[in-house]
Each structure stands twice: as C-alpha cells, then as structure tokens.
Design a protein around this ligand. Structure first.
Ligand code: MN
Length: 488
C-alpha cells in the first residue's frame, strides 16, 4: 500500500508573469506544509497549474497514483476555467474546492492594484466553482481562512471521507452462507453495488471454514487467548468455549487475509459443522477493523468496514448494530440496540467481559462465548444502506447515546441505549418512511455530513433524519428524490 496522501493544486494562468507566480508557488508550499500538521493525512503541494495540458497531466497522474486519495484545489489568482475542462472530465479521485485566501485581512495602508492582482481568490474561486457546477461534478466546497480550526476540521473530515471512498472501491466481502431465509432488507443487487461502490461480494462454503478451523493449532489458540485476557475480563469458567471462539476467529481471519477481504457475513441458519455461532470471534475481528453483518447482511458488513476506516487511525468507533426494543415511558423514550452476540467492543464504555450463555436461536451445540458491555455515551449516528431497486439509498439518523437507564442484569449481550432524533417516535416514523433497515452501523466518530459527502462521491441517494426532520416533509423529499433517481 502506497502512503495515503492528498494533492494540493493551485489554479492560475501565465499572464501574471514570473514574479507573481513564484510568490503563489512559495505560499502554496507554505500552506500545504502548515495544513499537513493539522490534518490526518499529508496534503502535498503539486503545482500551480497554468494550462490545459498541465492540468490534464496532473489529473492523469492523480488517477494512476494509488496513494493519492483526493485533490484539493484553490485559486490564489484567477484561473480561466475552460483550461480545466479536459482535466476535470477525466478525474477519478474525490475533489474538494478549498475557497480560501492566503491573507486574513485586507491591509488598509498597503492595499493597491498589485495587491489586488495577487490576492484575488474572491473571483478566482468563483470562476473555478462555475466549471465544476457546469460539469455537474461531485465535489466538496469548503470556504474560509485556511488557518481557522473549523476549516481544518472540515478538511480533515473530508479526507476521512476519501479514505472511506478508497476502502469502498477496494473492498472484498466474504460471505459464509446466504441471507437469512425470507428476509428482504438484507438482500441487494451485488452487480449494481460493485458498479457503483466497488464492493466485491462473494461466497465461501461454511465447510471450507470448518476445514480451516480444524487446521488451527493449540499454540495459535494459546496466543490469541492471551490477547483476550489482556483486552477483556474473563467472567466464565468455560475456558473451552472461549478457546473454540479463538479457533473460529483464527480460521476466519486466515481465510479473509488470504483473499484480501476486510468484511464478512454469516448466518445462524448455516453453521454446519460448527459448535458455536461466532460471538467473541466476530467481536474481536470487528475490533481489528473488519466489517461484519449478521444474517448474511453483506451491505451492513461493508458499510461497517468503510465507516471504521473513516475513523481515528483508520479504525474508529463504528459498529454493526440492530434496533432491538423500545423503552416507551413518557419523557424516557429510548431505543435499545444490541445483537444476538456480535457488537463491536469499539463502542464499549468500560472493559468488556467474556461470558458464556445459552443461545436458543441457530444450531449451537455449545453455549457461545461473547463480550458483554454497555455502550459509550455521546452524540452519534446510525446509518443503513438499502437497495431501492435500481439504486442504493443511504439513510442516516442523528442519535444521542446515553448510559442505559436500566441495569438489565439478565441480558447476556452488549447493549447501547440511545435517543433518536428528532425524538424516538417521530424518528421511528421517519426511519420507517425512508425504508431504513433494522441493521445499521452505529458510529460515534463518523458524522452525517461525512456520509453525505461519501454518498455524493459514490453517486448514491442520501437521506438524513435530524432534529429538524418532520415526516410530512420527508415524504415529499423522498418523492422528489425517487423521481430524480429514476431519471438519472
Ligand atoms: Mn440481526
């Protein structure tokens, strides 16, 4: 994997003369170096471009450089936009227009026409903005002084979005078994998905996994068990159940790594030859950045891997989640999210406990070991990707996660409790109107704006339910969007 970086390109033209262009070049170098200190990935100054050929060549280089995750463009001076058309038309990387200015203030005494001609982002960036609008390019526009923390934060988040784009375009999903029988929302058009999102979604036999499991050595299990002991509290006497989960984890990881897969799905309906539904095994794989979806849900699995990659250090606080049950007491309305076993410990408020419990559903010959914990508090989102027939729709809802208001001592799974926006019941109405699934990715560090940017780049529909959403307006929005997406 080449180093991940972003390219900074400054637009100009030849008529300014060498002196002005040298100043622009020096300042752009300084800005990229300064910004790189505040950003999660390096911003590399490439060139001050002045002609059609120069721009086209730079875009070609960007397209063929795997480590280049996106272009950030800015016009210090005026850059006539017809010279950008050929380049932008061939651009295959995410594109951000940073409408900024080198100087913060207009210098009262010093300002003259030379100053004006050097510092003309105000109209240079408008010319540049027009051509992207005219080309109907997906783009992010960020305007403001480049040293402002808020601008740097937005640019940082956009970079993380681009990492999500790169993850998506290279993602391979390993399916063990098919979808849970008769379930609709976990289905989808895999060919259309690969065309739009890049995901390679393919199936491997559970029998192959069982074969891989039997080849795992006791030494490998000892080593992984030691890791479990460091990361988690062991709250069961059934050590064999934990070791069995380690065997499952090692086998799944080997198969995924061999095939280059960063996400997987399985189903409790197809565990032939396995004694336990993978619980702890799946949870510990998710903690390492692998995406997962239960009941064959490859879409939520892929989204989990993508959103994890957008988080801190490329493995943030995002996880497969399922809306399970509601607390509908007036003034205390919450959704309780969990899954049969598989909730990622990146959501945990405290050190997770390894427990074993009976699991009635599925074909478990033994009580599966799993991690049990409460989720963190804080603002977050839940996201669901659904196949509307001909296109994907990404539904995102703002949430506020709370410390669970009940102790639930007999609940044998990890749990997160949250308040949906704008409130629980209206939020549920909006979610159902939009067709959002029961499976979601819950995230504490990917924002709705980031997923809006991601959906724009991937060219799929985006629906956001926030504190202002009302069901009637949402219905109208969906009607219009449905029309637009059928025409596209
Ligand atoms: Mn489920």
């Amino acid at each position: 994997m080449e180093r991940r970086e972003f390219w900074f390109v400054v637009g100009s033209q030849l008529l300014y003369g060498d002196k002005v262009l040298q100043t622009v070049d020096a300042r752009a170098k300084e800005m990229a170096a300064e910004l790189s200190k505040a950003l999660p990935y390096p911003l590399v100054y490439k060139a001050t471009v002045k002609s059609n050929d120069e721009i086209t060549q730079l875009v070609k280089d960007a397209n063929y450089t795997n480590g280049c995750c996106g272009l950030v463009a800015w016009c210090h001076t005026f850059s006539p936009s017809k010279m950008w058309i050929n380049g932008l038309n061939t651009l295959q990387k995410p594109y951000c227009h940073l409408a900024t200015q080198y100087n913060k203030e207009i210098p009262n005494e010093e300002i003259d026409m030379d100053f004006m001609n050097l510092n003309q982002s105000a109209h240079g960036d408008r010319e540049h903005g027009f051509i992207a609008a005219r080309l109907r390019m997906p783009r992010k526009v960020i305007a403001g002084y480049w040293k402002n923390l808020d601008i740097q934060k937005r640019l940082s988040e956009w970079m993380r979005v681009c990492i999500g784009v790169q993850t998506s375009k290279n993602l391979k999903v390993m399916r063990f078994g098919d979808n849970m029988r008769e379930v609709a929302v976990t289905e989808g058009d895999k060919v259309e998905t690969q065309i739009k999102l890049g995901w390679q979604v393919n199936t491997w036999a559970v029998g192959d996994l069982v074969k891989e499991m039997s080849a795992v050595t006791e030494k490998e299990i000892d080593d992984l068990f030691a890791q479990y002991r460091t990361s988690y509290d062991i709250a069961t006497d059934d050590i064999e159940a934990i070791r069995y989960q380690a065997r499952e984890e090692l086998a799944m990881k080997k198969m995924m790594d061999r095939e280059g897969c960063k996400a997987f799905s399985n189903t409790f309906e197809d565990l032939y030859g396995m004694q336990q539904l993978p619980g702890l095994a799946t949870q510990h794989l998710m903690a390492q950045g692998y995406g997962y979806g239960g009941e064959g849900d490859w879409k939520v699995s892929a989204m989990t891997a993508i959103m994890k990659s957008m988080g801190a250090d490329g493995n943030g606080s995002s996880a497969f989640m399922e809306d399970y049950t509601y607390h509908l007491v007036d003034g205390q309305e919450y959704s309780l999210g969990a899954h049969m076993l598989e909730v990622c410990p990146s959501l945990a408020a405290t050190k997770p406990r390894i427990e074993t419990h009976y699991l009635g559903i599925g074909m478990n010959a033994k009580d599966p070991a799993r991690l049990v914990f409460e989720g963190k508090t804080g603002d977050g989102i839940v996201a669901s990707i659904v196949d509307m027939g001909g296109r994907m729709r990404l539904v995102v809802q703002d949430i506020e996660a709370v410390k669970p208001i009940l102790s639930m001592p007999n609940l044998p799974v990890a749990r997160v409790m949250w308040k949906a926006m704008p409130n629980l019941t209206t939020g549920v109405e909006c979610w159902i109107i939009a067709g959002g699934a029961h499976h979601t990715v819950l995230s504490y560090d990917v924002t709705a704006e980031m997923l809006r940017d991601w959906a724009r780049i991937m060219d799929i529909e985006f629906v956001h339910i926030d504190k202002h959403t009302i069901p009637q307006k949402l219905e109208e929005e969906l009607l219009v969007k449905d029309l637009v997406w059928r025409l596209k």
